[in-house]
Design a protein around this ligand. Structure first.
Ligand code: G3P
Ligand code: MG
Length: 250
C-alpha cells in the first residue's frame, strides 16, 4: 500500500542542481515538485548531515571521510561549486535544516539513511530518533503526507530505526529483488520496497504488490520507461530529470 506522492525529485533537485543541497530543493520547487528523496549520514559528533558519499571530494570540497569532521565543520564546506560556479557557496545542510526547509515548503520527504560502513546501527537509531522528534504530532496524523518515509539499503540501520521509532514507516531499499526479499522486508516491518527500475520486471512488480507492499523505483529518467513501470503497478519513483518528468507527469 502506498499513500505517498508518486513523483519525487532525487537527491533534492535531480540533475539540475547540486545534489542534497537547499539549492536543489529550491530547484525542485521551481519545477513543481512537492516530494523529495535525500540521503543522510552522521558527522563525527553524531549529528546527521545531508550527504550521499561517505567521503569528501566528489560533491564537497575537501578530503577524507564525513566521519572525520564534526557537523559544524561540514556545514562550512562548499557543496555547490563542483556542479557549477553558479552554486559556489552552497554548503552541506544539516539534516534538521533540510527537514525544516521541506516542512516550511510543504515538501514530502523520503529520508534515505545512508550509513558510512561500520556506522549502520548508530545512523539508523540517531536519524530515526531525531526524525521522530522533528515530526512530533505529525506522526499521529491520519494524513500520510505529513509523515516522512525512512528507507535504507542497510537492514541493520532499518532494524535500529525500528527499535528507536517504531511508529515511523520504513522502506527496504534493494538494488534487485533476489530470493529472500520478503523475509528481509518482514524483518524490518517495511511498508514498501524501493528498488532499481533497471532490474525490475512486470512479474516481480506484481509479486511485490500482491504481497501488500508499496513499490517505489529509483532513478527513472526516461519518460517512456516511467510509463512502462507505472503500467506494471509501480506506485512511485524518483527522478533526476525533473525537467522531463514533471511533478504532474501522467
Ligand atoms: O533512495 C533511492 C536512491 O537514492 C538510492 O540510490 O545511490 O542515489 O542513494 P542513491
Ligand atoms: Mg538516495
Amino acid at each position: 500500500m502506498w499513500n505517498y506522492p508518486k513523483f519525487l525529485a532525487h537527491r533534492g533537485g535531480g540533475k539540475l542542481a547540486p545534489e542534497n543541497t537547499i539549492a536543489g530543493l529550491r530547484c525542485g520547487l521551481n519545477h513543481g515538485f512537492r516530494a523529495v528523496e535525500f540521503d543522510v549520514m552522521l558527522a563525527r559528533d553524531g549529528v546527521p548531515v545531508v550527504m550521499h558519499d561517505p567521503y569528501l571530494g566528489r560533491t564537497v570540497a575537501g578530503a577524507g571521510n564525513v566521519f572525520d569532521y564534526d557537523a559544524a565543520e561540514l556545514v562550512t564546506m562548499d557543496a555547490g561549486n563542483w556542479f557549477s560556479a553558479q552554486f559556489k557557496g552552497e554548503t552541506v545542510p544539516l539534516f534538521t535544516q533540510f527537514v525544516q526547509f521541506c516542512k516550511d515548503h510543504g515538501i514530502w520527504m523520503n529520508i534515505e539513511i545512508k550509513p558510512a560502513p561500520g556506522f549502520e546501527e548508530e545512523t539508523g537509531r540517531v536519524v530515526a530518533k531525531l526524525t521522530r522528534v522533528l515530526f512530533g504530532p505529525d506522526i499521529a496524523s491520519d494524513d500520510p503526507r505529513r509523515i516522512p518515509l525512512l528507507s535504507s539499503f542497510s537492514p541493520l540501520a532499518l532494524a535500529a530505526a525500528m527499535q528507536a521509532a517504531p511508529d515511523l514507516p520504513r522502506a527496504l531499499l534493494l538494488d534487485r529483488l533476489d530470493d529472500g526479499w520478503q523475509a528481509q522486508a518482514r524483518a524490518v516491518a517495511a511498508v514498501a520496497i524501493h528498488t532499481s527500475h533497471k532490474h525490475l520486471t512486470e512479474v516481480l512488480a506484481q509479486q511485490v504488490k500482491a504481497a501488500g507492499y508499496g513499490l517505489f523505483c529509483y532513478t527513472v529518467n526516461d519518460p517512456a520507461r516511467a510509463r512502462e513501470i507505472l503500467g506494471w503497478g509501480v506506485d512511485a519513483f524518483c527522478t533526476d530529470r525533473i525537467d522531463l518528468i514533471g511533478a504532474d507527469f501522467a
